[in-house]
Design a protein around this ligand. Structure first.
Ligand SMILES: NC(=O)c1ccc[n+]([C@@H]2O[C@H](COP(=O)([O-])OP(=O)(O)OC[C@H]3O[C@@H](n4cnc5c(N)ncnc54)[C@H](O)[C@@H]3O)[C@@H](O)[C@H]2O)c1
Length: 332
């Protein structure tokens, strides 16, 4: 999500189809990484470059007494598997209970959303709904769905509550309606406390409409939902976080179409809207940095979460991505 996905804002990341822009809320606990400049690490022990070895010495601990072996390196390029089946959708939701959470090692704990209040727009169906389920499984305290579709929203919230046992609320909110958003966010603060996370997934595509015949009214409508909606949601939730002095993340779902033209689909308006979302996320990240969002050296441990995420099955739809972790440095 460039799942672009984070002080108030930190990095944006673009992964393949569901680009997410993530922005961290103003916080004195906002994390900051730089892949290239800002992390203290110990000196490299061995800078000697290896061009091509025929044999690799191996020492194995744990499967026999420090057994020494020699691995023969074959000539020729490895075969790369290329076509893999798409994993089936999961129906069940297994919430992370407190007892299990307490027993997790530190690294795994740090990758949960334990006790966080999470607002998800567009959570009535599609990606937003699946992200809501994932947050429920990752320890959320409460899930709040904002969506324009009353029927689907109610049904999805009821289902998620029934499957997870978590408090789940549905607010019929159109992300173009600033006043309704503010009222709904105020109500969330009253019921659950200030939100920790916003996932803005509400959006429309209007795909396959030629630019030369695109109705200007439709163009404005899409920009209003995808881009202005991102702004209104980030503004409202950002204000609630600032007022509570609470660390948090604003995650704006963009698209790979915000960085590339998804040819041959004719969707100039969608592509432009998502490019706007990515740049908007960077802009508020830079602007809200004054709320103690840092530009500092990263600690060694602040790269671990991404490392584990990329190593895990959670990142199974990412490949060839360049994920920037720099505490917002590259935003401005
Ligand atoms: N599906 C993809 O392949 C893909 C790829 C990249 C990015 N995205 C982005 O991910 C997000 C979700 O996509 P999806 O495919 O799950 O869409 P979807 O159409 O399945 O779901 C979108 C949800 O947003 C809600 N919504 C639409 N307009 C709204 C408005 N004005 N106010 C409030 N709610 C509104 C809808 O009711 C619906 O529940 C979108 O922002 C989309 O651009 C999707």
């Amino acid at each position: 999500m460039s799942f672009s996905t984070r002080s108030m804002l930190r990095a944006s990341r673009v992964a393949n189809f569901s680009a997410v822009s993530r922005v961290a809320a103003p916080s004195n606990a906002v994390r900051f990484f730089s892949a290239t400049r800002a992390v203290r690490v110990s000196d490299t022990a061995n800078k000697k470059s290896v061009v091509r070895e025929k044999e690799v010495p191996v020492t194995v601990y744990g499967a026999g007494e420090g057994a020494h072996q020699t691995l023969q390196v074959p000539d020729g390029a490895a075969k790369v598997p290329y076509d893999s089946p798409v994993p089936a959708e999961r129906e069940e939701v297994e919430p992370l209970n407190k007892k299990v959470y307490d027993q997790l090692p530190h690294t795994v704990k740090s990758m949960t959303v334990q006790d966080k209040v999470i607002i998800i727009t567009g959570g009535a169906r599609g990606l937003g709904n699946h992200m809501a389920r994932a947050c429920a499984e990752a320890g959320a305290k409460a899930i709040i769905i904002f969506d324009a579709n009353q029927e689907l929203g109610d049904a999805s919230a009821a289902e998620l509550h029934q499957k997870s046992g978590l408090p789940v609320s549905f607010f019929k909110v159109d992300v173009r309606d600033g006043a309704a958003i503010n009222a709904a966010v105020d109500s969330v603060v009253e019921i659950y406390g200030a939100p920790d996370v916003l996932v803005n997934a509400a959006g429309i595509a209007d795909s396959n409409i030629k630019a030369e015949t695109y109705d200007p009214a439709m163009f404005r409508r899409l920009i209003d939902i995808n881009l202005t909606g991102s702004f209104l949601m980030a503004q409202s939730v950002g204000r609630a976080m600032m007022a509570a002095g609470k660390p948090g993340s604003l995650i704006l779902v963009a698209s790979m179409s915000g960085s590339i033209v998804n040819y041959p689909q004719e969707q100039s308006c969608y592509n432009a809207s998502k490019a706007g979302v990515i740049q908007f996320a960077k802009s508020i990240a830079a602007e809200w940095a004054k709320y103690k969002i840092r530009d500092r050296l990263g600690a060694v441990d602040e790269l671990n979460g991404l490392c584990v995420f990329l190593a895990s099955d959670s990142s199974s739809f990412m490949t060839g991505s360049n994920v920037i972790i720099d505490g917002g440095y590259s935003c401005y």
